[in-house]
Ligand binder design. Structure first.
Ligand SMILES: *Cc1c(COP(=O)(O)O)cnc(C)c1O
Length: 404
């Protein structure tokens, strides 16, 4: 169809990559492969090489590639209506909102175009909630060290990684950082200005650290006592990845505000922040988005929830996730340089005593797509349809690369 795409395809791979490097901003050090298509658990590059995918586009593509029901839902909607703006209603997004609020046990939702925008909405929700109470504009947020919430100025401000923040100061004010899983370190930062505590129930980018149950329960009690909003960032750990629809449900702790993205649209750009009724502080004029929740992404998210149910995705994550856990335990035991194994379901990590970059590169060369979390942890976040045979195949390739 497009001449330019055909021309790029006809070039040697190195030349097409050189074209990319001529025009793209160099914010990523990319692997030297061009991915062209996918099917189930596998991806194929421009040279026809097949890869087993244990990354899922960073915890996004939950359903497996070329899922027929998902693709048809999106194709049907493309031919009906892609975009309307938020001045009108559309059926797919009403349906998606019903399913998402029910699954998350939250009351209301605002659709965004990304995870980072969902975090922005959560921060604004907290500030407005506190403003409504006392009319002041000096409210504080407590976030966690080693957290990741996104790259926009607000999301970056609550991301506990000084390396990402340094060049972009001044960030938004009033953010303090506590230690994850250390309730006393949070309590020590609470003042009468604190409006929110934000954290991931399982830290993703920071290295796959699940919350301790006492920690989440303690935060819930603390927030109730002081009327502080508890914000759970479920962007990576939510949508079934831990074997529950949302990770916080494993702990029986509900937040006041929840953020979701990644697997919500399975590759179509849709995120959301959800609130309990008491935290529905944003009203007409306070917030908006031109694209957010358009019919196309609504149809995608709606289909994702249907397919989760029809294909018993959560059951598979629990069952195959336990199998993955056993297998990775064995890998950890067999290699001295592996110092820790953490996580649950299809969100697990192996921490090494050496940088994992070269291991990940070797795996990709050997036809296994993996991703790191920080410098020394390999992350295992496959599509949620992975079966035991895929786990076995992954472990075989990983083992052979570790031996080299
Ligand atoms: C990926 C991620 C984000 C940011 O989402 P984007 O869609 O990249 O903006 C925020 N929080 C967590 C926990 C994430 O994993």
């Amino acid at each position: 169809m497009s001449n330019t795409i055909e021309k790029l395809k006809a070039m040697p791979k190195e030349d097409a990559i050189a074209c990319a490097e001529d025009v793209l901003l160099h914010t990523y050090n990319r692997y030297q492969i061009i991915l062209e298509k996918g099917e189930g658990m596998y991806l194929y590059d421009s040279e026809g090489k097949k890869y087993l995918d244990f990354c899922a586009g960073i915890a996004v593509f939950a359903l497996g590639y070329k899922n027929e029901k998902f693709n048809n839902a999106v194709k049907d909607q493309v031919d009906k209506l892609v975009h309307t703006s938020n001045y009108y209603y559309n059926f797919p997004s009403i349906a998606a909102a019903q399913k998402l609020t029910k699954a998350a046990r939250m009351d209301r939702v605002f659709f965004t175009n990304s995870g980072t925008e969902a975090i922005e909405g959560a921060i604004k929700t907290a500030r407005k909630y506190a403003f409504n109470k006392d009319g002041r504009t000096d409210h504080e947020i407590i976030a966690m060290n080693h957290s990741f919430h996104g790259r926009s100025m607000g999301a970056l401000s609550v991301t506990g990684n000084p390396h990402y923040q340094e060049a972009f100061r001044p960030l938004i004010g009033g953010v303090k950082f506590a230690d994850y899983n250390d309730l006393d370190s949070v309590k020590a930062l609470v003042t009468d200005k604190t409006c929110a505590i934000i954290l991931e129930p399982v830290q993703g980018e920071g290295g796959i650290y699940p919350a301790a149950e006492e920690f989440l329960k303690g935060l819930r009690v603390l927030c109730d006592e002081k009327d502080i909003l508890l914000i759970f960032d479920e962007i990576q750990c939510g949508m079934g990845r831990t074997g529950e629809m949302f990770a916080c449900q494993r702990y029986g702790v509900d937040p006041d505000v929840m953020t979701v993205a990644k697997a919500l649209g399975c590759g179509l750009p849709v995120g959301a922040f959800l609130v309990k009724e008491k935290a529905a502080s944003l009203v007409a004029g306070d917030h908006g988005s031109t694209y957010g929740g358009n019919p196309l992404v609504g149809a995608a998210a709606n289909a994702v929830f249907d397919i989760f149910e029809e294909e018993h995705i959560l059951d598979n994550v629990r069952e195959t996730g336990s199998y993955l856990y056993e297998k990775l335990e064995a890998v950890a035991k067999a290699h001295e340089e592996i110092v820790d194994h953490r996580g649950v379901g299809f969100m697990q990590g192996l921490e090494f005593s050496v940088p994992v970059g070269p291991i990940v590169s070797k795996c990709i060369e050997s036809g296994l797509i993996l991703i790191s979390a920080g410098a020394d942890t390999i992350r295992f976040i496959p599509p949620l349809i992975a079966r035991k045979e895929h786990v076995d195949q992954m472990v075989e390739i990983l083992e052979s690369c570790l031996k080299k």
